[in-house]
Design a protein around this ligand. Structure first.
Ligand code: SIN
Length: 492
């Protein structure tokens, strides 16, 4: 398959963006670690490698700033977040270049992520004003009940590498809107964008110590140290289920409020009565956004027998039409996967499925060149015993199997410990609702391959996590409900 080399002008502009990163907002550290471009494997920056002791210094600073921030008015917090939104948009070129260089996604997706991330900040600037309380009479009428929401306290926010900016702002913005301070740990594979966001937030008026960013290769040391400290009252994590489970165990010691956005194994169901064009378009989006590296990506595609041949033909053509290349080429529609481990995992999943009887329709391997690339791949007739049927793929590989009845496909779709997302394509309104309700997931896309929306409560059930991000619910995660009661008596 051909490869789209970087464009010299875009490469130079992105190099300039990387060179402009202000690391002066970070705490100093004794050592550094390197950040790589996954398309070339070249080092693009080095950052302080903070220790758990540094994380405690950060917490002390955040804690002091947070005590003042918690006293600010909702209007003040809203105004600061609106200013942050404007600052992020003003710097969208720098942010998009750096997202695409450190994570590898095509530049157009880098820009889309900047807008998506900034929109979370604007959304929570608006939600900051709407944190509602309640005034209620006791049933006997002898007491008044006042219910209010208070900031939960210092938040530890751990973001993943796949959306280096959006997953950070989806956590930081509601924390600030609610009146909390935070210590943020970006993934060590993609920490650069968060460093820029921190700088821009402070430029926009966020108090200097309120948001702390810890860049570190010692993720376990970071979380175990902070979660052992009673000043931490909240943890929000996006990542794998095993790590989420460990963090919940650590959080249990001090009864720390937890939001966990964990692994997925999303089924995508296409019924015979679906609109073929819409189903293919939606399936491509559900599978290939971010190169398949999202926790909501369509992991198991179940296509009903009557539409299957037509769907598979069109879907395979659309997959094969992707242009593999460097993010700094505007033609590129599919960048690298994040690292060599991901390439090896994808190769194993494809080889294992084929060995167990799946049909390889396109792609199937990593091209022989530098960088962590994997071809857009379609496997048909994937057997239930293939590893790919139970593993989160996290890459540009589609695993298709066929089904006959609604009952059969619902049972297959729910036959997983995960419950993050599902997609249903049908033109029958009754079927759409009946199937969506039967699927054991936190989110269902109906004739829609895109679940991500700032106004929606993003999150899963079962082993896919607990808590919600975005929507009005995203603010609840950073608040405690308290109530006051006042005894009433007659006055004259
Ligand atoms: C993810 O967490 O992988 C997906 C995030 C999103 O689509 O908002």
């Amino acid at each position: 398959m051909s490869y789209f080399e970087p464009d010299a002008e875009l490469l130079a502009a992105s190099d300039a963006a990387l060179a402009s990163i202000n690391v002066g907002r970070l705490l100093p550290a004794a050592t550094t670690f390197d950040v790589h471009d996954p398309a070339t494997e070249q080092v693009i920056a080095s950052l302080p490698d903070h220790t758990p002791a540094d994380a405690l210094i950060a917490l002390t600073k955040a804690d002091a700033a947070g005590k003042e921030w918690a006293k600010t008015s909702p209007r003040k917090r809203s105004d600061v977040l609106h200013a942050v939104y404007a600052k992020l948009i003003e710097n969208k070129d720098t942010l998009a270049y750096v997202i695409s260089r450190e994570m590898g996604k095509p530049l157009a997706e880098g820009y889309a992520e900047v807008q998506y991330s900034a929109d979370y900040v604007r959304w929570f600037a608006e939600e900051a004003l709407r944190a509602q309380g309640l005034y209620r009479d006791s049933p006997a009428g002898d007491a008044t009940i006042l219910v209010r929401r208070s900031p939960v306290g210092n938040a530890v926010l751990i973001a993943p590498w796949n959306f280096p900016m959006a997953m950070a702002t989806r956590k930081i913005a509601p924390a600030l809107a609610a009146g909390c301070a935070c210590v943020v740990k970006p993934a060590n594979l993609t920490p650069l964008t968060t460093v820029i966001v921190l700088d821009l937030m402070i430029q926009a008026g966020v108090p200097e110590d309120l948001v702390q960013v810890i860049t570190t290769t010692d993720a376990p040391g970071f979380s175990s140290t902070l979660l052992a400290d009673q000043r931490v009252r909240k943890i929000s994590f996006t990542g794998s289920t095993p790590v989420g489970s460990t963090l919940m165990g650590l959080a249990a010691k001090n009864i720390v409020k937890s939001s966990m956005e964990l692994g997925g194994n999303a089924p995508l169901l296409v019924f015979d009565d679906a609109d073929l064009e819409r189903a293919v378009e939606g399936a491509i989006l559900a599978k290939m956004r971010n190169g398949g590296q999202t926790c909501v990506a369509a992991n198991r595609m179940f296509i009903q027998s009557g539409i299957a041949d037509a769907f598979v033909e069109k879907f395979t053509a659309a997959m094969a039409a992707h242009k593999l290349g460097n993010a700094m080429n505007k033609e590129t529609t599919l960048g690298p996967v994040i690292d060599d481990r991901a390439v090896k995992r994808l190769q194993h999943l494809v080889d294992d499925a084929v060995a167990k009887g799946a049909t390889l329709l396109t792609g199937g391997k990593s091209p022989d060149r530098p960088g962590h690339f994997f071809e857009p791949t379609v496997l048909d007739n994937v057997p239930a015993n293939a590893d790919i049927a139970t593993t989160e793929i996290f890459g540009p590989v589609a695993a298709i199997s066929r089904f006959d009845t609604q009952e059969e496909v619902i049972a297959k779709a729910n036959d997983t410990e995960f419950g993050l997302a599902a997609f249903v394509f049908t033109q029958d309104l009754d079927r759409a609702i009946n199937v969506a309700e039967a699927l054991e997931t936190g989110m269902v896309g109906i004739n829609n391959g895109l679940l991500s929306n700032i106004a929606a409560p993003f999150g899963g059930v079962k082993a896919s996590g607990t808590g919600r991000e975005g929507g009005a619910e995203g603010l609840d995660e950073y608040q405690e409900i308290r109530y006051f009661t006042m005894k009433r008596r007659e006055t004259h």
